[in-house]
Design a protein around this ligand. Structure first.
Ligand SMILES: Cc1cc2nc3c(=O)[nH]c(=O)nc-3n(C[C@H](O)[C@H](O)[C@H](O)COP(=O)(O)O)c2cc1C
Length: 210
């Protein structure tokens, strides 16, 4: 493994902020982007179905096209790349690809393979709400991991939920199988993020039970 991360996970978490002002014209080497995406794709997922897909936008022309769809949020055009995080609404179709190799390598017996595939097909059958929840839930885990990986590699990010879903689907020809979950800008900060705070644990944590 050649990945050299610059920050520890704790540092990356503490130092990640939503950066909205970027140094314009900075190109992220493709190798860095791919490394960040590979790290993002190591996120956990239900049944390991890996519900995430990424549309990576680096050309200025495409970023300009997305700008009005993202309600003119400057980070879309000023950052080096915008990653559209998609969730797979038909992730059950990934089951064979995930489990066949394990079966063939003798890592799981046929019986376990049959049980897993049965569970997955059963859960997704006639249950679009479940499929949608799973797509968004699992893709969001990858999105978070992408932001931390980017930070660890020396880049800043901003997650964006503020965009017109239908217009984005049209602009990028996103097939109906995928749901846009969020956009993430990646680049080098030109100005620090707005300071934010977090609730104290007393407000957030319930020990054992409500
Ligand atoms: C799902 C989601 C959607 C968001 N949408 C936007 C957005 O459209 N535009 C924006 O500037 N920030 C957006 N943010 C960033 C939040 O405003 C930011 O995470 C929050 O204020 C905490 O700040 P921090 O990320 O710097 O810690 C979004 C964050 C999340 C998680």
């Amino acid at each position: 493994m050649t990945t050299e991360l610059k920050l520890s996970v704790v540092d990356a978490i503490n130092e990640r902020h939503s950066v909205r002002k970027y140094q314009k014209g900075v190109e992220i080497p493709k190798k860095d982007l791919e490394e960040i995406l590979e790290l993002a794709a190591k996120a956990p997922s239900s049944w390991n179905l890996q519900h995430w897909r990424y549309v990576v936008i680096t050309s200025q022309e495409m970023k300009e096209k997305i700008l009005p769809i993202a309600y003119n949020q400057e980070q879309v055009v000023d950052s080096s790349a915008v990653v559209v995080i998609l969730g797979d609404l038909e992730a059950d179709k990934n089951a064979e690809d995930v489990y066949k190799p394990a079966l063939e390598a003798g890592q799981i017996p046929q019986q376990v393979y049959d049980i897993l595939l049965g569970q997955i097909k059963g859960a997704y059958a006639n249950n679009p709400q479940f499929a949608r929840d799973e797509a968004i839930l699992n893709a969001s885990l990858s999105a978070m991991q992408l932001m931390l990986a980017a930070k660890a590699k020396g880049y800043d990010t901003c997650p964006m939920g503020g965009f017109d879903r239908q217009k984005l689907i049209q602009a990028l020809n996103i097939p109906p199988r995928y749901i846009p979950v969020m956009l993430i800008s990646i680049g080098k900060a030109a100005a620090p993020a707005r300071p934010t705070s977090r609730f104290p644990l007393e407000k957030l944590v319930v020990w054992e039970s409500f």
